[in-house]
Design a protein around this ligand. Structure first.
Ligand code: GRF
Length: 203
């Protein structure tokens, strides 16, 4: 299973995929890393792992559609079976999502459907929640609305800040995201009419 990973920042989730891909048993190869930010540290992580990198700055395009069309061309040159959004901080057009429908994954730092959107850790703290977490989901045209595949919960501790909570969540992200990709690579996971089917069972 050929994977292409999209990033915008530090790439700690990317690093988890690169580490997992060192073992063929994961079922996928990371064919390329594509960033919309030239200064994303994840690009360095990719180069250190000998993985091809591409940068497409959305500032070089007049509108969202033309940027997404350019991304599709760059991505498809790598013939991906799976496209992974890993800290990719752009909203994708319906055309892009449709093109990769059923083979486009994202991780969101909350227990969806709670806290779609940004600043999820701060919002969970302000709500006085006792737990928080992360969700791997298929990407659909609804932002952060795709069907959940795998979630991990962490306790919110007294004295937590958004930063300490984010770090605790990231540890779980790095565990569940490569696992979900392996399930997909092994043919155990698919999206059927915006529903997740794992081992033939609708979740
Ligand atoms: C993480 O909070 C992740 O949940 C979100 O992007 C943030 C940074 O991820 N998708 P990374 O360290 O760039 O992988």
């Amino acid at each position: 299973c050929r994977a292409v990973i999209l990033i915008s920042g530090s790439g700690s989730n990317l690093q988890a995929f690169l580490d997992a891909a060192a073992d063929d048993a994961c079922g996928y190869t990371v064919e390329a890393v594509i960033s919309n930010k030239a200064d994303a540290y994840g690009l360095t992580r990719a180069k250190n792992a000998g993985v091809d990198t591409e940068v497409l700055s959305h500032r070089d395009f007049t509108d969202r559609e033309s940027f997404d069309e350019a991304m599709v061309e760059v991505i498809d040159a790598y013939r991906p079976d799976l496209v992974i959004l890993a800290g990719f901080m752009r909203i994708l057009t319906p055309g892009f999502v449709r093109h990769y429908s059923g083979r486009l994954l994202n991780i969101h730092p909350s227990l969806l459907p709670k806290y779609q959107g940004l600043h999820t850790h701060q919002r969970a703290l302000e709500a006085g929640d006792r737990e928080h977490g992360a969700t791997v989901h298929f990407v659909t045209e609804e932002l952060d609305g795709g069907p959940p595949i795998l979630q991990a919960a962490v306790p919110i501790e007294s004295g937590d800040t958004a930063e300490t909570l984010a770090q605790r969540v990231l540890v779980q992200e790095h565990r569940i995201y490569p696992l979900a990709a392996s399930w997909f690579a092994q043919g155990r996971l698919r999206m059927v009419d915006d529903r997740v089917e794992l081992d033939g069972e609708l979740l």
